[in-house]
Design a protein around this ligand. Sequence first.
Ligand code: 48F
Length: 264
Amino acid sequence: MPLSEIEVTRGIVEGFTRDFLDSLELDVAVAGGGPSGMTCAYFLAREGLKVAVFERNLHIGGGMWGGGMLFPRIVIQEEAMEIVSGFGVSLEPFHEGYYVGDSVETVTKCTAAAIDAGVRVWVGVSIEDVLIREEDRVTGVVLNWRAVELASLHVDPLALEAKVVIDATGHDANVVRTVKRKIPGCRLFTDSGDLVGEKPMWADVGESEIVHNTRQVYPGLLVTGMAANAVYGSPRMGAIFGGMFLSGRKSAELALELVRGGGG
Ligand code: 48F
């Protein structure tokens, strides 16, 4: 039986509307679908939380697709192998304590694992602002289409609520930067109260500090991945990715405590 064009339209609009309405009150909203954000979302969904990832690109994976300088390979240290193996990724040992693998395989299997665990992923959507309530607590995110942003159209956004918001936007730490810019006198939970900024590449140090930097940086707002190192002033580390997975898992553990403890 042929399907008319309006039936195709109906299927798309109804499906989108149902799922989008179901995302209006989340346990956790994750900004950015790179390795840290997807890993965070995966572990939260496995615990039965309602979690959605908002990614401004049309694809998930952030900076992982291109490996190191477009050589589609990534390096992962032993400590993170448990996580990537859980996604079904196979990597080869190449140096004591280090493995090398295919970045395309890692992105796709990590994404599939997250979706299978129950994560809802919205692509082409930018988080441009946050909701603040209850005496300076982040309580949700403000969304717009990336296409609207790129075209510089003056279109008002929409918003949804989340008990916890995770900034997984990578090197720019866009959500934390927005909070800092828009709340007068805002003090982040850093020594100076400011967003310190990412330091030049030093892989060992960057990797060793990233899990520690994965924290609540403002009430209701956690940072993970390179956003965590950018906020706390730690170095970048190039194509070593273990820290992104370890940080993603830690942010999920912290978010879970906040949501279940009612502090979220
Ligand atoms: O940059 P990205 O991959 O962040 P990550 O998870 O991983 C970093 C590594 O890829 C690599 C590295 C390894 O040593 O340094 O760079 O910390 O993914 C961040 C994602 O967030 C999206 C962006 O398009 C990317 O896919 N993003 C950024 N700002 C926004 C956003 C925003 N305002 N709203 C929605 N998505």
